[in-house]
Design a protein around this ligand. Structure first.
Ligand code: NAG
Ligand code: NAG
Ligand code: NAG
Ligand code: NAG
Ligand code: NAG
Ligand code: NAG
Length: 410
């Protein structure tokens, strides 16, 4: 289908077809796919697995509203009708390793918008019933990313490996890690920039990051496989930090990485693999080079334990350090359904804020990662500010892997 459109662009030059192709190519901004057990103590077969897909889209082409977010509506598809039928297909070990898997749809529900940053975020969760012992990979694949420095119309492949074998350490099934990042993010040209990917794991496992590959029979990166798709010397560390530097203002890169969890620190056999894909745009440094900053509660990288039905209320704040001529135009977020946000408001000349309110549901048990980024009137972005929640059926005093601070009275 897309190849046909592309051919008409090249050979027939029917303007409308070309436009359709160009517009189509700038819809997608990246995403992530994770999964967890519906019932943490499940032991039999088949196993109910909740797959959560989170994608970012161009706001101008896929426009959600605050009302659509509050009422949990599916993202509009008028500019991208392929989304009506797109599914998260099995791409590896499908005949013997994915018994019971029925591919859920891709089309997500509206969860976040930032008109000023040009982002709509959508998320969906589906429960699928899979035979014990399964080991397969699923992916959302289509063409094409917007024109990138490495390719004018590269295909994308966002893939996740689902492995349902009993863990030797606790005799239970595994849960995949959860990670996320906003997209697109700006990096100043000719400056080494570190990007840190927030990761959480419900089992408290060791996690590591690596570049996506299309080796080993699984296409994890489509037409944008590192290192060829990235500037020379771009690094990824197992602790999920990326170091990138590029010399050309206006370059776009799609960054494709996998987060994996391991049974212990000496293991090199992942229990699962979760993709994180996002866009980076190389920009000239803004006039005032002190970037805006996000502060507030939750603290950056913090984890807040919540129980189902418990209300969470807070404020995210953005600080403008550039004086009266610069204002904060948005605090953009990437979250999940039910996280209701107020409009951006001004506290005083330096501080702006947005209220947050959420009541977790049973469907949201496990880790939920949220990120925020401030944008000022000179188009400067803050660093990503990410934090996470751990939702459980009954109240927990700490997130997995953290110790409770309890006080006892005698
Ligand atoms: C979860 O699985 C366990 C073990 O199979 C079972 O005893 C329990 O009833 C299940 N819980 C729910 C809510 O289905
Ligand atoms: C397919 O399953 C085998 C074991 O059954 C496993 O070694 C292999 O990594 C799996 N491949 C994928 C792509 O999931
Ligand atoms: C790029 O950065 C290097 C080292 O910081 C500096 O020497 C060089 O002048 C910069 N180039 C441009 C075009 O700004
Ligand atoms: C990640 O690892 C790199 C290389 O070991 C190190 O330089 C960096 O400080 C680490 N980052 C964090 C956030 O721990
Ligand atoms: C790590 O896990 C593997 C597989 O269960 C086991 O064989 C190995 O002994 C473990 N290593 C350590 C250091 O616990
Ligand atoms: C803005 O409000 C914050 C928090 O109350 C305060 O710390 C800061 O000094 C205020 N700044 C100005 C310029 O009034």
């Amino acid at each position: 289908m897309m190849a046909l459109l592309k051919m008409s662009c090249i050979f027939v030059l029917i303007l409308l077809n070309c436009l359709a192709w160009i517009v189509h190519g700038s819809h997608f901004l990246g995403g992530t796919i994770t999964w967890r057990l519906l019932n943490q103590s499940a032991t039999g077969t088949p196993v109910a697995v909740v797959i959560t897909q989170t994608y970012s889209w161009s706001y101008s082409l896929i426009t959600c509203t605050n009302a659509m977010i509050s009422s949990n509506q599916l993202i509009p598809t008028s500019s991208y009708p392929l989304l009506l039928t797109a599914t998260l297909n099995c791409i590896a070990n499908c005949t013997s390793g994915a018994i019971g898997y029925v591919a859920p749809n891709i089309r997500p529900r509206c969860t976040n918008i930032s008109p000023s940053l040009g982002i709509t975020v959508g998320q969906r969760s589906d429960t699928v019933s899979i035979e014990a012992g399964s080991d397969f990979s699923v992916a959302y694949q289509d063409t094409a990313w917007r024109p990138l420095a490495s390719s004018a119309s590269a295909a994308w492949s966002v893939s996740s490996r689902i492995q349902l074998t009993i863990r030797p350490d606790n005799s239970l099934y595994n849960n995949a890690p959860t990670a996320s990042l906003m997209s697109p993010i700006n990096i100043p040209y000719n400056q080494s920039t570190a990007i840190y990917i927030p990761v959480a794991d419900a089992d408290g496992d060791i996690t590591r990051c690596r570049w996506s590959t299309s080796l080993n029979g699984v296409n994890e990166c489509g037409g944008v496989c590192p290192p060829g798709s990235l500037p020379a010397n771009t690094m990824i560390y197992p602790n999920c930090t990326i170091i990138i530097i590029d010399q050309t203002i206006g370059d776009w890169f799609a960054i494709t990485l996998m987060v994996e969890d391991f049974i212990n620190s000496s293991s090199i056999d992942p229990l699962s693999s979760v993709p994180v894909q996002f866009l980076v745009q190389v920009v000239s440094p803004p006039g005032c080079t002190i970037a805006p900053e996000i502060i507030g509660i939750p603290l950056e990288q913090a984890c807040i334990p919540l129980s189902v039905g418990q209300t969470f209320n807070s404020e995210l704040m953005a600080v403008n350090n550039c004086g009266l001529s610069v204002t904060i135009v948005d605090i953009a977020t990437l979250s999940f359904s039910g996280m209701i946000q107020g409009n951006i408001a001004q506290l005083n000349t330096t501080i702006y804020y947005k209220t947050l309110s959420w009541i977790p549901t049973t469907a949201q048990i496990g880790f939920q990662v949220m990120c925020a980024m401030a944008l000022d009137s000179q188009n400067a972005q803050s660093a990503q500010y990410c934090f996470k929640f751990y939702v459980s059926e009954t109240s927990a005093c700490a997130c997995p892997g953290e110790t409770c601070i309890t006080t006892t009275t005698t």
